[in-house]
Design a protein around this ligand. Structure first.
Ligand code: SF4
Ligand code: SF4
Length: 497
């Protein structure tokens, strides 16, 4: 019986959890091989892209700006309003299906090659750590690190995180507002009290980044990220994964040295066993601390570090590379590759379908949009002359870069009078500056005789001056024998213009 008061689990639950419940801190070495070089190129390209995108413009607008202050999203020259939620939802769906399709075709490439968590950790924060702490072997953490080196590392972490937090914020407020370009005052030049929300966000993101990249690290991937959890349903046995060739590698064992050797390097290994020499390098370089030789695991990010490490070992012992490699479950079992299968057909078909729907809706998106609803908190009110008044709130949005002159009218019911508060005359022109949103109220008065068994409906029409009128049906409330309970609510005063 164990002398430990703790009950150890029968099998390993988590590679970073020790039996006593403490965290097993990982200090993976670096295997600089062919795959690492490729990932580094891709990683630095994506880092450059992330930092450059807020500065780039298209059609006179920011290329990517999720403007939560102005409630607009600028994506590659197209502006989406909050009211374009359907289009935005379609975009989100297409993006998600794209990841599903790529995963089915190429395996978990997102995690190992594109995810910001992996890229910034492996190519920015860990290199900084190695720079300040030095290396043991190729990247392991030394036993003792001087305090001044620790201080330097924390300072570098803080500077990099602060910069990244500003870039992150630029995606939501824009570089112009952040730095004071194109007539803006510039948040970074003013007191934090002038923009406490942005200041808080930068502080929060900076602290969150330092916490994540200094402490949390692989825990985010293995404990928090949902993608790792459902990858098993996105992959099938024909999807490429980073895998250990057990048929070739087992039985593993330390290489036996031969006494008489003609070619020292080649003959120094035991040809009788499997190719795995049990050097442990695949484990030493793994950023999530797993042993790939146990098979495909949820924690595997497909970072290919174990591939590079094992290839180096194979080179050293003069054995063919690829004991750990990109392979599919089927090919490892001796079956043929199969590219064409239901999921790699269905995902692209779904993407094509939703893309067509997106483009159709985008093409029919008008330059000027109108959104009308009953004025908040109102039903109807009886006027002194017996007429019945309903109030509506109307929002007109100019999505173009040009000044637009539009007209609104309210018709469809004989004897109705209406007035737009804040716009003046009947059928007044609504003059909109580029990208302006104008909100106003319309009061409509009708004789009580129009309220019979059915509630009357009127047409609110916006003529955008480009021959594309838009109409909305507005139902009027009033005294009726049909649904008296509806009208028994107190009638508030109409809203101020
Ligand atoms: S098992 Fe290999 S590919 Fe998977 S995370 Fe570890 S080192 Fe990367
Ligand atoms: S690196 Fe390759 S040879 Fe070394 S233990 Fe891992 S699988 Fe075996």
């Amino acid at each position: 019986m164990s002398s430990s008061p703790l009950l150890a689990p029968e099998e390993e639950v988590l590679s970073t959890l020790r039996a006593d419940g403490h965290r097993n801190w990982l200090h993976p070495k670096v295997a600089v091989g062919a795959w690492f070089q490729k990932r580094r190129v891709v990683g630095w390209f994506l880092i450059a892209l992330f930092n450059a995108l807020p500065w780039l413009r298209m059609n006179g607008k920011p290329m990517v700006l999720l403007d939560w202050i102005g409630r607009k999203f600028h994506l590659f020259g197209i502006t989406f309003e909050i009211s374009d939620a359907f289009l935005l939802a379609l975009l989100g769906l297409i993006w998600m299906l794209g990841i599903f399709a790529v995963t089915a075709l190429l395996g978990r490439v997102w995690c190992g090659w594109m995810c910001p968590q992996t890229i910034y950790l492996e190519f920015v924060y860990r290199p900084l750590e190695r720079l300040c702490f030095g290396r043991v072997g190729v990247g392991g953490k030394p036993a003792h690190v001087a305090a001044c080196r620790r201080l330097l590392l924390w300072a570098l972490y803080a500077i990099v995180s602060l910069w990244l937090a500003h870039v992150f914020l630029a995606y939501f407020v824009g570089v112009d507002r952040l730095l004071g370009l194109r007539g803006h005052e510039g948040w970074v030049r003013r007191s934090p009290l002038d923009h406490p929300g942005g200041f808080f966000l930068i502080g929060f993101v900076t602290v969150a980044m330092v916490f994540d990249f200094a402490f949390w690290r692989e825990q985010l991937c293995t404990l928090a990220c949902p993608y790792g959890r459902f990858q098993s349903v996105l992959l099938d046995r024909f999807s490429p994964v980073v895998a250990y060739d057990a048929l070739r590698g087992e039985p593993r064992g330390k290489p036996r040295k031969e006494k008489k050797v003609a070619l020292p390097l080649l003959a120094a290994t035991a040809p009788s066993g499997g190719d795995c020499v049990d050097c442990g390098m695949c484990l030493a370089v793994c950023p999530t601390g797993i042993d790939i030789r146990k098979g495909l695991q949820m924690e595997c990010l497909h970072c290919t570090q174990c591939v590079d490490a094992c290839d180096k070992t194979m080179d050293h012992f003069g054995r063919p590379r690829g004991l750990i490699r990109y392979a599919t479950g089927a090919t490892l079992a001796g079956e043929k590759k199969r590219w064409l299968r239901p999921r790699v057909v269905l995902y692209p078909m779904a993407i094509a379908l939703f893309s067509a729907l997106f483009l159709h809706n985008l093409a029919n998106k008008t330059g000027v949009g109108m959104y009308a609803r009953r004025a908040a908190g109102t039903s109807y009110r009886m006027l002194a002359d017996g007429r019945v008044e309903n109030s509506f709130e109307v929002e007109v949005v100019n999505r173009t870069e040009e000044r637009r002159v539009c007209a609104v009218r309210f018709d469809g019911l004989a004897g109705a009078l209406w007035q737009a508060d804040g716009l003046g005359e009947k059928e007044p022109p609504v003059v909109l500056a580029p990208e302006e949103t104008r909100k106003f109220y319309i009061r409509v008065q009708v004789p009580p005789t129009v309220f019979g068994h059915v509630l009357p409906v009127m047409d609110l029409t916006l003529d955008d001056g480009q021959g594309r009128p838009q109409s909305e049906k507005m139902r009027l409330l009033g005294p009726s024998s049909v649904a008296p309970a509806v009208y028994s609510v107190p009638i508030p005063s109409p809203p101020a213009p």
